[in-house]
Design a binder for this molecule. Structure first.
Ligand SMILES: C[S@@+](CC[C@H](N)C(=O)[O-])C[C@H]1O[C@@H](n2cnc3c(N)ncnc32)[C@H](O)[C@@H]1O
Length: 244
């Protein structure tokens, strides 16, 4: 019987488990902000990898996302693992109707905090502090860029999502804000050449006619990390931490 192709969630789970995300690189900053008695909002939680981490270091997590399919994956995992301190909320931030929280977290939720309503909602519902993480000014390095050039794909212009602007808005609202650049090695682990090809085809949405060329060159681009085959992605992120 043919094997089922891996889904985007499968690939993401494999990468987060291999790199121990979000403990690496954000664990120490998160533990510094979050107390065991806190309620934490994970805004833009996706399939809830960060929510599950936060649930282990806090009293309760409110995991919010607009994507029903991602929340379905999270709910299945919660049922399987028997985790009970995560409330899953299907909503489009900032239009939400939840309890308030002590700490807000928004990881890779692009353009989080760009509007007045978002900042007002954050100010009203956050009792103490929060963290926003997004790709920063320095361009990402890795397989996207290498294959983008090889296959003549248009390079995405500028990876930065203007965290400096969000910092300004938060400060304007009265939050005290710190920012740091955080390096994040987050290549995609793959178990075979065939899996590497399938992953790149999917991620870069390559046409079938690129497959043969990709199969010829892909092994020139993989790296080995502790014996594991990895398609490299090196990101330089902006980590904003804000306090009332
Ligand atoms: C790249 S994923 C990051 C997931 C997770 N934070 C992590 O680090 O693993 C970004 C998520 O933000 C969600 N998102 C974007 N805008 C949103 C909004 N206005 N309200 C709720 N979720 C949103 C998307 O649906 C997506 O699941």
């Amino acid at each position: 019987m043919a094997e089922m192709p891996l889904t985007s969630s499968d690939y993401y789970k494999k990468a987060t488990s291999f790199w121990n995300y979000p403990e690496v690189p954000y664990g120490s900053a998160l533990r510094e902000m979050i107390r065991p008695t806190d309620v934490v909002a994970d805004i833009g939680c996706g399939i809830g990898i960060v929510s599950r981490y936060l649930a282990a270091i806090s009293r309760k997590v409110i995991a919010i996302d607009k994507d029903e399919n991602a929340l379905k994956v999270l709910n299945e995992d919660l049922n399987r693992l028997g985790l009970e301190n995560i409330e899953v909320v299907h909503a489009r931030w900032p239009n939400i109707n939840t309890d308030d929280w002590d700490v807000a977290v928004a990881f890779y939720h692009h353009h989080f905090g760009f509007t007045r309503l978002e900042i007002e909602t954050l100010l009203r519902k956050t009792r103490r502090c929060g963290m926003v993480v997004n790709q920063g000014k320095r361009p990402r390095e890795g397989f996207y860029e290498d294959f983008g050039r090889e296959f003549g794909l248009t390079e995405q212009d500028g990876s930065c999502v203007e965290s400096c602007y969000v910092r300004g808005r938060l400060e304007q609202a009265g939050f005290i804000v710190t920012c740091n650049e955080i390096f994040h090695d987050f290549g995609q682990p793959v178990d075979s050449k065939a899996e590497a090809v399938a992953y790149v085809m999917k991620q870069l949405r390559l046409d079938e006619h690129h497959r043969q060329r990709l199969e010829e060159i892909i092994l020139n681009y993989v790296e080995y990390v502790n014996g594991q085959m990895v398609l490299p992605i090196k990101r330089y992120n902006c980590m904003l931490q804000f306090y009332k």
